[in-house]
Ligand binder design. Structure first.
Ligand code: ADP
Length: 683
């Protein structure tokens, strides 16, 4: 899935890149071809202009030549008629001969001598000059145009245009010479726009320039015979050509034309730079536009590709988020299954538990229960659901059942469907579920247990009574025998009788203890609590137990005078507790030690009576068991010190029943201090 999306986005990017490249190629391709077109067009336009100019120059040249020829013909005619009498100067001045075109008009006689001239002249033979010689040699029948010559007197360049003068018989009679300013031909240059590098040229069939004009100068006499233009002109007469000038090496668009009936050519040329100038402007503009368009396309593509990239990333995020979600859902599913399995297990355990397990809201309305609940209360499921716990345990005050702390057992009366009452032991615990207090009740029908307990108690009670009665008789008899009532006993017999008497005492004590335990557990130990003076009680305890202490060579002493306070106790049971504490202290004291009884008023009107010894102390691991039934630190104590391990458990039950508390401090090797606290009785 992720791969698919990746490929798709890559394809989109590649596609877009290709499209952009194609677009760029199109833009630059079309720009290139347009510019090529524009260039060709510019060249063609310039070439056309050059052609038009060449035509115009051709006409101008023909007109000028015709004018010169007419002048030559005119003077020829007059020379034939008037000979040397021909007044050439007057004709020139009268304007019959156009003086502004012509530098000089003259006649050379048949010997080649300068015969007439509109300018002052001196005798000169010109027979060696080409423009004279050609006519002397043969009759050309047309105007001859010379190469430019520098006037010997005028120091000006001239084109000598000459025409042969014949006698009537056609023999050579002289030459009419018309000198034309060569630059008259190129004067036209100023009137047309050939651009910065344009030229106007007139050249002869001999390749020699008769007149040439470019932007900077007007010149004559250059030799074009090696140039392409000349060759093309010679070959074609008229035509167009792009070529490099042999004069200045510049490239131009030439248009050349043959002057009809004269051995002359004219050419107009436009510099290639000038021709291409508008194209160059357009080129820069087009390139700029193409560049801007390209940049825009690239920017757009980059932007779109970046967007696609972002899209891909966000798609990937979404995909990985989806994957994470799927795996989370999978995990959740697994957890759900596990939870269901564990809930099923729990449900099985709950349903099959021997105890009734009931949950209620904080008002005691039953919300769920197990099979045992149904059987204990003899109710069907539909009878139980929605009932209030008070209907099942009416002896509990409304709401008081929920005060039972978790772990504290409460025995209450349960009522079965049909009204039968039975003892029910309940444990409750409070839980907080979805913002609400709920209660879990574990209830056990203890009818059977009670029966067993009762049987057990009856047994113990019976056995104890049955044992105590004969034991009392044995003890009494042994006491009498030991006391010498039956006469003095032999020493060995006296020792044995004394041992028997002591053991009956211990047996009696054990039976008494067992009976007490049985009474305490069955709740049958009745106490008669009255206000007693504590000092009296303490003194009595010391006195009563001193004999026992003395036997162990231990002394009992008061640590401090007893405060004059009253306590609300059963005096007999109080003394039983004191006897237990004092006898333990004496038993675990070393010979010669003193067991101390200390009394101390505590805060909150309580009085503490502590019995301390300097014995071995209570070991760490025994401390939590010390008040349990039949527990002894070391079982060998039983033999060594005597005792059943019941004393402290009985004492604790008695003290608690009288509203007091029992406890101890002990340091191994240094001794122990057992204490009982009672509220001071104020009446
Ligand atoms: P017992 O009848 O065995 O004395 P108790 O319940 O009175 O039974 O005492 C339980 C055990 O506590 C004793 O066996 C003894 O190991 C230990 N014990 C009680 N008092 C002391 C004491 N003052 N010093 C050391 N150990 C004591």
């Amino acid at each position: 899935m992720e791969l698919l999306a990746k490929n798709r986005n890559r394809d989109a990017r590649v596609g877009l890149s290709l499209f952009s490249l194609l677009l760029l190629a199109y833009i630059w391709g079309s720009t290139y071809y347009q510019l090529l077109d524009a260039k060709n067009e510019a060249i063609q336009t310039a070439q056309k202009d050059a052609r038009n100019y060449a035509r115009t120059i051709e006409e101008h040249t023909i007109r000028t030549l015709q004018t010169a020829d007419q002048a030559a013909l005119f003077v020829s005619e007059h020379y034939l008629v008037s000979g040397l009498r021909f007044d050439l100067l007057s004709y020139m001045k009268s304007g019959i001969i156009l003086g502004d075109i012509l530098n000089q008009v003259s006649i050379v006689d048949q010997k080649g001598e300068l015969a007439l001239s509109n300018l002052p002249m001196k005798k000169t033979n010109l027979a060696d000059r080409e423009h004279i010689r050609v006519h002397m040699e043969k009759d050309l029948g047309q105007l001859f145009v010379s190469k430019p010559v520098l006037g010997r007197i005028s120091q000006k360049w001239s084109l000598q245009m000459t025409r042969r003068i014949n006698h009537a018989d056609g023999s050579f009679n002289g030459v009419a010479v018309v000198s034309v300013d060569p630059f008259y031909f190129t004067r036209f240059y100023d009137e047309i726009n050939l651009g910065k590098h344009g030229t106007v040229t007139m050249f002869g069939e001999d390749g020699i320039v008769r007149a040439r004009r470019d932007g900077k100068s007007a010149e004559v006499g250059q030799d074009l015979s090696k140039g392409m233009i000349f060759k093309a002109a010679l070959a074609n007469g008229s035509g167009d050509m792009r070529s490099t000038s042999v004069v200045d090496g510049k490239e131009r668009l030439f248009s050349y034309r043959k002057i009809k009936n004269y051995p002359l050519y004219v050419a107009a040329a436009i510099g290639i730079e000038d021709a291409l100038a508008p194209y160059q402007t357009r080129k820069i503009e087009a390139l700029r536009l193409s560049l801007i368009a390209s940049l825009l396309i690239i920017a757009f593509s980059v932007f779109v590709i970046a967007m696609v990239g972002r899209l891909q990333r966000s798609e990937q995020h979404a995909l990985s988020a989806n994957a994470a979600k799927t795996s989370l859902l999978h995990d959740l599913e697994l957890q759900k299954d596990e939870l269901k399995a564990s809930s099923d297990r729990l449900d099985t355990i709950v349903q099959n538990a021997a105890d009734a397990i009931i949950t209620t809201n904080d008002r005691g309305d039953i919300e769920s229960f197990n099979h045992s609940a149904e059987s204990i209360f003899a109710c069907s499921a539909k009878d139980l659901l929605g009932r209030n716990m008070q209907q099942l345990t009416p002896t509990l005050q409304a709401g008081s059942w929920k005060l039972l702390e978790a772990g504290v057992l409460g025995v209450v009366e349960g009522v079965r469907n049909g009204g039968a009452v039975f003892p029910l032991e309940i444990t409750t615990s409070k839980v907080h579920v979805l913002g609400q207090d709920k209660f879990i009740l574990i209830a056990r029908d203890i009818t059977e247990r009670r029966k067993v307990e009762r049987l057990q108690q009856e047994f113990v009670s019976t056995v104890s009574h049955e044992l105590r009665t004969p034991l009392t008789a044995i003890r009494g008899s042994l006491g009498l025998v030991a006391g010498g009532v039956t006469g003095v006993l032999p020493v060995q017999a006296a020792t044995l009788v004394k041992m028997a008497y002591t053991n009956t005492e211990r047996l009696t004590q054990l039976i008494n203890d067992l009976l007490d335990v049985q009474k305490l557990e069955s709740g049958l130990l009745s106490l008669t609590q009255v206000s007693c003076n504590l000092a009296k009680l303490i003194d009595e305890a010391r006195d009563v137990n001193q004999a026992f202490a003395t036997r162990l060579e231990v002394n009992i002493a008061l640590h401090n005078p007893t405060p004059d306070v009253q306590v609300n106790v059963d005096a007999g049971r109080f003394q039983q507790v004191m006897a237990n504490l004092l006898s333990n202290a004496c038993k675990y004291s070393n010979q010669g030690d003193t067991v101390m009884i200390a009394t101390k008023l505590l805060a909150s009107d309580r009085i503490r009576i502590a019995v301390s010894d300097r014995g071995p102390g209570i070991s760490e691991e025994f401390r939590e068991r010390i008040f349990q039934k039949f527990s002894q630190q070391d079982s060998s104590d039983t033999k060594a010190k005597g005792g059943s391990g019941l004393g402290l458990s009985i004492s604790k039950a008695i003290v608690n029943q009288m509203g007091g508390e029992i406890g101890y401090h002990s340091t191994i090797g240094e001794g122990s201090s057992f204490y009982v606290d009672f509220p001071v009785y104020s009446g």
